[in-house]
Design a protein around this ligand. Structure first.
Ligand SMILES: C[S@@+](CC[C@H](N)C(=O)[O-])C[C@H]1O[C@@H](n2cnc3c(N)ncnc32)[C@H](O)[C@@H]1O
Length: 250
């Protein structure tokens, strides 16, 4: 049977359980530590969470004393869970390409591992620019191509994720530079379409849409992970899972 792609509703409840119970290692030990290390001052800021899912990230950001947190996600089920779990925030079901908000309604837009699902990044960045206040900031993460643009090959009964080339034939494994759609199946069997791109694509597209780039990072699994899952730590301490950008409307 063919698995359904982008069935965010189906996985919403499981996702909420996994994140709140420390089972999403990528978020807990690589992506969120990177994102939190890139935060600007959020005191009294109006925050928009873009593609917030079940919005556990609202709890992380509420510690920084923002004025208000608003979240939006295309999954009705995720937003229903978010509303029930985090009643101090406002949540909306909607498409990040057509935000139901006025110009300059937010000081900060935060988006974790979500914009990768949208193809038209120019339209998306224009929409984010529109809802941001002058000098407002936009922090986002997406998968790193070194992790997601690899090809799987079998060698001695083991599967390797490889990116590189064979010199004599010019045969290339993986696809680092191209902007392209890829269908990924994750450990929990969730199947998601993502648009994979190198960091240079994001630098260029942000600058073309009048953002100034303030910071760029590649995630590295933090030491706390070692005791929980050494195999995971070894892989993602050296191979980055995600990239993060902090950009400003100028
Ligand atoms: C990998 S989850 C990330 C959720 C959350 N930000 C986190 O880090 O736990 C990606 C989210 O993007 C949402 N999404 C995908 N396409 C979207 C779109 N066009 N507009 C709004 N949300 C979208 C999905 O419903 C899903 O909840």
């Amino acid at each position: 049977m063919r698995k359904q792609v982008n069935d965010y509703d189906k996985f919403a409840e499981q996702r909420h359980y996994d994140v709140t119970n420390g089972k999403k290692l990528a978020l807990l030990y690589a992506e969120k530590p990177m994102m939190l290390s890139m935060l600007p001052d959020l005191k009294a800021k109006r925050i928009l969470l873009l593609g917030c899912g079940t919005a556990e990230e609202s709890e992380l950001l509420s510690k920084y004393n923002p004025k208000k947190i608003t979240g939006i996600d295309i999954s009705e089920k995720s937003i229903a869970i978010a509303k029930e779990s985090y009643p101090n925030c406002d949540f909306y079901v909607g498409d990040m390409l057509n935000l139901p908000f006025k110009e300059k309604e937010f000081d900060f837009v935060f988006s974790s591992l979500a914009i990768t699902h949208v193809e038209d990044k120019n339209k998306l960045f224009q929409e984010i620019y529109r809802v941001l206040e002058e000098e407002g900031e936009f922090l986002f993460s997406v998968g790193h191509p070194l992790r997601f643009a690899t090809e799987k090959i079998n060698h001695n009964g083991k599967t390797y994720h490889v990116i590189g080339f064979e010199k004599t034939t010019g045969h290339v494994l993986g696809n680092y530079m191209s902007y392209r759609k890829q269908v990924n199946t994750f450990d929990d069997n969730e199947v998601l379409e993502e648009y994979i791109a190198p960091p240079s694509y994001y630098f260029e597209t942000l600058m073309n849409n009048h953002f100034t780039i303030l910071n760029f990072k590649e995630s590295r699994c933090v030491d706390e992970c070692k005791e929980v899952d050494e195999n995971y730590y070894n892989r993602f301490h050296e191979i980055p899972q995600c990239i993060g950008f902090l950009a400003q409307k100028k």
